[in-house]
Design a protein. Structure first.
Length: 143
């Protein structure tokens, strides 16, 4: 129900700001940015935990698809969520949008109002920090 309320608030905001839409991006991308920004605002205000991930392995790839790795079976989804949540904010949202939501760098740059280069850089650094945290977990130490 809360998600429905957030989407409704985002649509009301979009409708009230319709005159600001300049067709520089598609209407869908503009609206999506409003919705995602509203969701991020709510998460920040509540400091909520990440929503449950589906029960499957999370694959993390380098940009050039080299050094592919998969989270090991003994690392729980809760551990992965906590590791993502513990990332610095500028990395956390890019990692979440890219790895969990499936957005590409162009979409992320529009949603977060950053350049595509910044999106790629923040994703790369965020994934490095995530890998380090999860490898530390595997080796018996906490991050």
């Amino acid at each position: 129900m809360e998600a429905e309320d957030i989407v409704q608030e985002a649509f009301i905001k979009a409708f009230s700001k319709l005159e600001q839409y300049k067709a520089e991006v598609s209407f869908g991308a503009w609206l999506k940015r409003i919705v995602i920004n509203r969701c991020i605002d709510v998460l920040k205000s509540k400091r909520q935990r990440l929503v449950e991930l589906e029960d499957y392995h999370i694959n993390v790839f380098e940009e050039n698809h080299e050094n592919e790795w998969t989270v090991e079976d003994h690392i729980s989804l809760e551990t992965v969520k906590l590791a993502i949540e513990a990332l610095p904010e500028k990395y956390k949202y890019v990692v979440m949008l890219y790895l969990m939501e499936g957005y590409d760098h162009q979409e992320i740059s529009e949603i977060l109002n950053i350049s595509e280069v910044a999106s790629r850089t923040q994703l790369s650094r965020g994934k490095q920090k995530l890998q380090l945290a999860l490898k530390s977990e595997r080796n018996g130490t906490r991050y």
